[in-house]
Design a protein around this ligand. Sequence first.
Ligand SMILES: [Zn+2]
Length: 234
Amino acid sequence: MAPLPVETYPEDTLRKLYINLEDKEDWDNICELCTLPTLLHADAQGNRIHGACTRNQEITEDDALKEWATYQKKMKAVRSWCKEEMRRQNLEDKVNNMQKDMVTALKEFTKGTTNKLIKPAKVPSWSKGMKLTPFIKSLEVWLENNKDLPEHSKYNEIIESLKLNKEIEGLSLYIGEHVVGKLDTVEKQTVKGLIELLKTKYGRTRQEELEEIMHDWLKFNFNEYESEEEYLLA
Ligand SMILES: [Zn+2]
């Protein structure tokens, strides 16, 4: 079937046909059979018509020239619209990419800043009557929760908290005078080193430790027997 008169194709259809063209240079290809544009071998909705073209007997050479003139005029608008559309799309893509980049950068930036701004949770306090071992246990929990913090910051947080301690007798003084003097280089300033020094002053002595072990052991064994008599006879 031969193409319909150019005027019957709405601009939208022509745009669609032109966009679908693989090689945009082919827009003015001529059909050797009907002498009209090959692009127009489609219906008014822009669906390509397959099958061989039929030589149009009714169309004169003059008519064909008129058709081509109309076609070229219409296609000029279509082509510049398409060019503009592509330029706009390209620009939009660029802007979109830029926006995405900015969002990513902003997220990274905020993340970095927030990380720096987050203050570590307060160091557990060592309250009156509390033995060193349970205090160390609570410190260990705090250390685990703040493991992302650099070692030196952890050390500083703990030492500052201990310096202000008024609950444990002599602690503030011990830290301020003894510990700080002993751990006098950045290399020595570790939480482990600090705990060791706390143990020297506040930890149980070896004797106390042994006594406690003996006590626990006796209590355990004693419970195995029904009475003290039985225990003594065993
Ligand atoms: Zn044809």
